[in-house]
Design a protein around this ligand. Structure first.
Ligand SMILES: *[C@@H]1O[C@H](CO)[C@@H](O)[C@H](O)[C@H]1NC(C)=O
Ligand SMILES: [Cu+2]
Length: 241
């Protein structure tokens, strides 16, 4: 057994879990293999620079492996993003429970989901959860662990059909009391949405751009006394039909 030196809290809660990766996508009842239709990195560490292109679809310090697969997704259905500690981890080894923070998902319409680099404009948020219960210090990450790493993401029915990047994201806030201390975990899945009505065009943001290092949900001491009772999830509001 080795200590995860990059993750000091893991010393307190055990060495089996620490960082995390969105490894698999379930859509239409089919669970795709690890890294099938998702650009996953070999290393599970976070991105910490919100101004880096890597904040969109990872990369940089964590080089990602391309996938030629584009996963069909029915508009209006709910897909499941599966997080786990590393590519090799068992299905109940999700992330260090001390990695408190929000869980989100974004979409970006692209012309080729297998090759689009992801960074830049066009992103809209489709789901988010943050501080679930302030008194019991229950965060969306704790729910994710309870759900064995399964993040349910409803795909809007009113957007246009076509190819998209689906960006599932988790932010660990245990070190977020100092600037640059928030840990961003994200991967991009490559999807082909069918059956979308196209009735609405979501407002979009840029990544990098949508997050600032001093956003109240990014530069935040979650262990402050009195303990925080309210948490502002970073990024734009969730798009709804
Ligand atoms: C996306 O789905 C449509 C409708 O089924 C299909 O015609 C198209 O070939 C698909 N594109 C990709 C890249 O899978
Ligand atoms: Cu970590």
């Amino acid at each position: 057994m080795k200590f995860q030196v990059s993750c000091s809290l893991s010393v307190l809660v055990g060495v089996a879990s620490s960082h995390t990766i969105f490894t698999q996508l379930t859509a239409g009842g089919v669970t795709n293999g690890i890294g099938v239709g998702i650009r996953i990195p070999s290393y599970d560490g976070p991105i910490t620079n919100v101004n880096s292109n890597d904040i969109a679809c990872n990369g940089g310090p964590n080089p990602t492996t391309p996938s030629s697969k584009i996963i069909d997704v029915q508009a209006g259905s709910t897909v499941k993003a599966r997080w786990r500690h590393t590519q090799q981890s068992g299905s109940n080894d999700i992330i260090d429970a001390g990695h408190s923070g929000p869980v989100m998902a974004y979409l970006k319409k692209v012309s080729n989901a297998a090759t689009d680099p992801g960074y830049g404009g066009g992103w809209f948020k489709i789901s988010e959860a943050g501080l679930i219960n302030a008194a019991s210090k229950q965060w969306a990450v704790n729910d994710l662990i309870k759900n064995l790493g399964e993040q349910s993401i409803p795909i809007p029915s009113c957007i246009a059909s076509g190819q998209y990047l689906l960006r599932a994201e988790l932010i660990a806030l245990h070190g977020a009391g100092s600037s640059g201390g928030a840990q961003f975990y994200m991967e991009c899945a490559q999807i082909n949405i069918t059956g979308g009505t196209g009735a609405k065009s979501p407002a979009t943001v840029s990544l990098p751009g949508a997050y600032k290092a001093n956003d109240p949900g990014i530069l935040v001491n979650i262990y402050s006394t009195p303990a925080i009772s309210k948490y502002t999830i970073p990024g734009p509001p969730v798009f709804t039909c």
